[in-house]
Design a protein around this ligand. Structure first.
Ligand code: 5AD
Ligand code: SF4
Length: 447
């Protein structure tokens, strides 16, 4: 490979979960410290980072079609871009990518991307490189501070997962559970607030497993961290995602009742409504224990909005077991939820289980489940009409004078008024749509 010019513009394309969105933003900042600027919209970039997701097969295959498209566009333009593959596909299939896609010059895993600038120097000199080391969370110390933050932003507090659900690649791609230190998180959260954040979502594959020592040397869990963050002036809202039912303790339940800044929203994946399937998935909860847990949360915070993740067509799932998932959805009444067709991931125990479900059956089950979830989401929105709440404005709407933001229950709310991005506006939820609410503003709330 011949040496290339230094790239002047970059584009980071993130797929998959919010952890990837977060990592993608951090990579963009790293590149910016090198004087590389974001490529203007509609223009090809000199350097493209594909920040990939490996959770389902479709997501992983996308990488190769994207690389193909970038190469073609580069040929047409007479200058091929430098391509870096980052994220979980890089971690899981680094060598395969290097062999299968000669156009890729850098492969960098989720725990190694702080070394992207060095890899870039070598790539410019014509050297291809792979870095998929998993050092214990060294990268955070090497990342630049965020000088400007959107009003609603993310903070990774934990990475990795020790749960080993039998369908899931995360314990392999993201490694063992590691918590970032308490003091680092408080410092970073304060800086984010100074940089403009009003809402912080604490991120991790398994945030409920976060633990650390506070400034007095006391061991704290997620609830302790939330309480400490809530004391930061200027921070108005705290959320967290994703949590596991097995790690939700009394303390975090109580925090939902006591900490005003902790938003009344809980994303708590259940995956299926049949105890046999849950056991085969190596989920450590039953339907009953999950429902009891939700009752305790609702007792602490009666207006809590619930969200979840579901998989249909796990190996061996029968029609009646799937109907138990529908029954669970009916029983909970989710404000929103994500549902996926089971996708066999190489190296996971479920991939070789008997009873793989036919694609057409999975399609049909997914449709029925999504119809039930959509119905409940619309019902939740309709039941919210008449409520007055604060909306944090995140961006402008399509029409002039129109604003978009989130309610405390994570509904998208749009309204018209004289305000600005980052304002917390008191709004009456006036009209419900299936995916959003129209609000009528009452008054802008001072910062
Ligand atoms: N197939 C389908 N869905 C999966 N998820 C994780 N692994 C798989 C898989 N192999 C879903 C789970 C998880 C969400 C992030 O993705 O529902 O909670
Ligand atoms: Fe994957 Fe299960 Fe860990 Fe979630 S809890 S990341 S589904 S192994």
């Amino acid at each position: 490979m011949k040496p290339t010019d230094n790239p002047k513009t970059y584009r980071v394309k993130s797929f998959g979960c919010q952890m990837n969105v977060y990592d993608g933003e951090r990579m963009a900042e790293l590149l910016a410290t090198r004087g590389i600027t974001p490529a203007p919209e509609g223009e090809d970039a000199d350097l493209v980072v594909l920040n990939t997701c490996h959770i389902r097969e479709k997501a992983a295959e996308k990488v190769y079609s994207d690389i193909g498209r970038l190469v073609k566009a580069g040929e047409a333009r007479g200058r091929k871009p430098l391509i870096a593959v980052a994220g979980c596909v890089a971690q899981a299939e680094g060598e395969e990518i290097m062999a299968r896609a000669p156009a890729v010059s850098m492969v960098v895993g989720p725990q190694a991307y702080h070394r992207l600038p060095d890899m870039l120097d070598r790539a410019v000199a014509g050297e291809r490189g792979t870095d998929t080391d998993m050092p214990a969370i060294a990268k955070f110390a090497s990342l630049p501070d965020r000088r400007k933050s959107p009003p609603a932003t993310f903070l990774t507090i934990q990475e990795g997962c020790d749960k080993f659900c039998t369908y899931c690649v995360v314990p392999y791609t993201r490694g063992a559970e590691i918590s970032r230190p308490f003091a680092d998180l408080l410092t970073e959260a304060r800086k984010l607030v100074e940089a403009g954040a009003r809402e912080i979502t604490l991120l991790g594959q398994n945030v409920s497993a976060w633990s650390g020592e506070d400034d007095k040397g006391h061991r704290q869990g997620l609830a302790g961290l939330v309480r400490a963050l809530a004391r930061i002036d200027g921070l108005a809202r705290i959320r967290y995602t994703t949590s596991h039912p097995a790690d939700m303790d009394e303390d975090i339940i109580a925090a939902h009742g006591e900490v005003d800044k902790l938003m009344p929203f809980l994303h708590l994946p259940v995956q299926a409504g049949s105890d046999r399937v849950l056991k085969a998935m190596n989920r450590s909860h039953t339907v009953e224990s999950y429902l009891k847990l939700l009752d305790r949360f609702r007792a602490a915070r009666p207006d809590l909005a619930l969200s979840g993740d579901f998989i249909v067509g796990f190996p061996g799932e029968t029609e009646s077991e799937f109907e138990q998932t529908l029954a669970l959805v009916d029983a909970v009444g989710y404000a929103q939820a994500f549902s996926f067709k089971y996708s066999p991931r190489p190296g996971t125990p479920a991939a070789t289980m008997d009873g793989q479900v036919a694609p057409d059956i999975m399609d049909e089950r997914l449709q029925r489940l999504q119809a039930a979830i959509n119905r409940d989401q619309f019902a939740f929105n309709r039941n919210s009409v008449g409520r007055t709440c604060e909306v944090l404005i995140e961006r402008r709407g399509k029409r002039p004078g129109q604003w978009l933001g989130k309610s405390p229950w994570l509904q998208s709310v749009w309204f018209e008024g004289d305000c600005a991005i980052g304002d917390l506006v008191e709004v009456e939820l006036a009209e419900a749509g299936p995916n959003s609410m129209r609000g009528a503003p009452r008054a802008a709330i001072a910062a």
